[in-house]
Write a protein that binds this ligand. Structure first.
Ligand code: ZN
Length: 250
């Protein structure tokens, strides 16, 4: 069983298309949420992914852009983009966002969980080992996929030591893959990175592939038409900052 793990697409159609073109063969697509918000192609992205995924958990932007949550916790730029998205979404796509499940979900027996923030709080940011300590200690599954931070990598523990996981790449501007062997004696929190708005200093679209038979996790970075995605944001009248940050990877 091979699962493609996608998260934080954020209405970036150009990044999503590049990822789907580059994705290796897989049996399932697990989507960790934040399909919309920030980017200029919310309807087109939902159109692409809704028939493609087998498991979807909702993100905070999916809730806010479909009116399920207030914008009070959003900064002014994120709130402006969420209001724009609310106006642009078709009623059908708004409805699709509203029915997305709250994580964690177990898509494949008792070994894997999928969530947006953490298992305890769907809006929690797991940024450092300290944040990850309790979620990893209390994890009921060995492998736990999360998103929300837009940082590719994650955390692991063998109950004695806690580790930060970060893929290492060579070129920084071509399509690249980093393989991580998963040990049966460890528990993992793994973030595939953000497809549509990376914030780890690397502008390339991020995703991951889980290979159950080989017990490996493959991280990917894929160049995409970032200028086109930026132009769509500017043409839509969305905040300039949302365009600028795509090429910075911040
Ligand atoms: Zn997000």
């Amino acid at each position: 069983m091979r699962a493609l793990i996608l998260s934080d697409i954020h209405a970036n159609l150009d990044a999503l298309d590049a990822v789907l073109n580059a994705a290796p063969d897989h049996d399932a697509v697990w989507n960790l949420g934040d399909n919309v918000g920030y980017g200029a192609s919310p309807n087109e992205v939902i159109e692409r992914i809704r028939d493609l995924g087998t498991v979807f958990v909702r993100g905070n932007h999916d809730r806010a852009c479909s009116g399920l949550a207030s914008l009070d916790d959003f900064n002014p730029v994120a709130a402006r983009a969420a209001r724009w998205t609310q106006r642009m979404l078709t009623p059908e796509h708004t409805q699709w966002l509203r029915q997305l499940a709250r994580g964690p979900l177990k898509p494949h027996g008792e070994i894997v969980s999928c969530m947006h923030g953490s298992a305890l709080d769907e809006d929690e940011y797991l940024i450092n080992v300290r944040d990850a300590w309790k979620p990893l200690r209390d994890a009921v599954t060995q492998i736990n996929f999360f998103g929300h931070t837009h940082v590719q990598g994650g955390f692991a523990t063998n109950d004695e030591q806690w580790f930060k996981l970060a893929p290492v790449y060579d070129t920084g501007d071509t399509a690249e893959e980093f393989e991580l062997g998963l040990s049966s004696g460890a528990r993992y929190l793994i973030n595939p990175g953000s497809v549509g708005q990376p914030r780890d200093g690397d502008w390339r679209a991020a995703f991951a592939l889980f290979d159950e038979e080989r017990m490996t996790l493959h991280f990917y970075r894929i160049p995409y038409a970032v200028r086109r995605a930026q132009q769509r944001i500017l043409d839509a009248g969305l905040p300039d900052r949302l365009a600028a940050r795509l090429s910075e990877g911040r």
